[in-house]
Design a protein around this ligand. Structure first.
Ligand code: DGL
Length: 275
């Protein structure tokens, strides 16, 4: 297999990274994807950097073993906790893209007054959005808002319950009526983007990683002459460390009914099973 024909590896704790994988698939439909959802260990957002890094290290090894030509860390919590270490350990083998830098670039091109960073505690505690944005725009007013449970609620499939999500969104944004923009700094949150837009019926700028990361992937592959020249549609493989209904459903919503999940538990019993 030629280098450019190798798949792109994408991973998250669960379904959130499907928003990123979907963006890559829309922009680069002939690329093959290998997706890993670490459903056994989610949520990542309330765990320590050390624990998250441990999971991410194992997943990166798995994706490299799957012959991936690039790794996309499709999770803000994982990008915060592991990008620097993974880049140092595997950067010479494979290009690694995190979800934070492309979004920071996008926000920085259109900086607004008061900007909320809605994220998991793992992401807000690390503070990379704030430090990176302040390095570019020291005057920016940034309000980090940490939610421990929203990603888990979405993962559970409760995003269909619009009343519940509207109440949760009111809860987090109710104290900040003056916001001018919101960064969805968790890859699960684009799934409820329309409900966040609805909350701010006066209109607000919303930034998320879906298009920004897809463009970063394309640019990097282009520079490295690794864009797949094939004209046929990419074939995707999906691995999970635990089978969950919501992952199955979401993977099919994003990638169609033919999606087959394969079980890969990361540490025990490395034998692959098709469900
Ligand atoms: N999707 C992950 C992120 O972007 C968070 C979900 C979790 O807490 O596992 O941060």
């Amino acid at each position: 297999m030629k280098d450019a024909e190798r798949p792109i590896g994408v991973f998250d704790s669960g379904i959130g990274g499907l928003t990123v994988a979907g963006g890559i698939h829309d922009l680069l439909p002939n690329e093959h994807l290998v997706y890993f959802g670490d459903t056994r260990h989610l949520p990542y957002g309330d765990k320590s950097d050390k624990t998250i890094l441990d999971y991410c290290d194992r997943i990166a090894q798995f994706l490299i073993d799957q012959n991936c030509k690039m790794i996309v860390i499709a999770c803000n919590s994982a990008s915060s906790a592991s990008y620097a270490a993974l880049e140092q350990k595997y950067g010479h083998l494979v290009p690694i893209i995190n979800v934070i830098d492309p979004v920071v670039q996008q926000v920085s091109a259109r900086p607004c007054g008061s900007t909320a960073i809605l994220a998991t505690p793992a992401t807000t505690n690390k503070g990379l959005y704030v430090s990176k944005l302040h390095a570019l725009h020291p005057e920016m007013e940034i309000v980090p808002i940490a939610s421990k449970s929203l990603a888990t609620i979405i993962e559970e499939g409760l995003f269909y319950n619009r009343k519940l999500i509207a109440e949760i969104v009111d809860h987090y944004f109710g104290d900040y009526p003056e916001l001018e923009s919101v960064v969805l700094a968790c890859t699960h949150f684009p799934i409820i983007r329309d409900m966040i837009e609805e909350h701010f019926d006066r209109g607000i700028n919303i930034f998320d990683s879906t298009d920004a990361v897809a463009l970063a992937v394309k640019d990097r592959l282009e520079v490295m002459h690794l864009l797949n020249p094939s004209r046929s549609k990419g074939e995707h493989r999906f691995y999970v460390s635990d089978l969950t209904d919501s992952f199955q459903k979401m993977a099919r919503i994003f990638f169609g009914d033919n999606v087959q999940l394969q079980y890969y538990p990361l540490w025990e019993d490395p034998e692959l099973r098709v469900f």
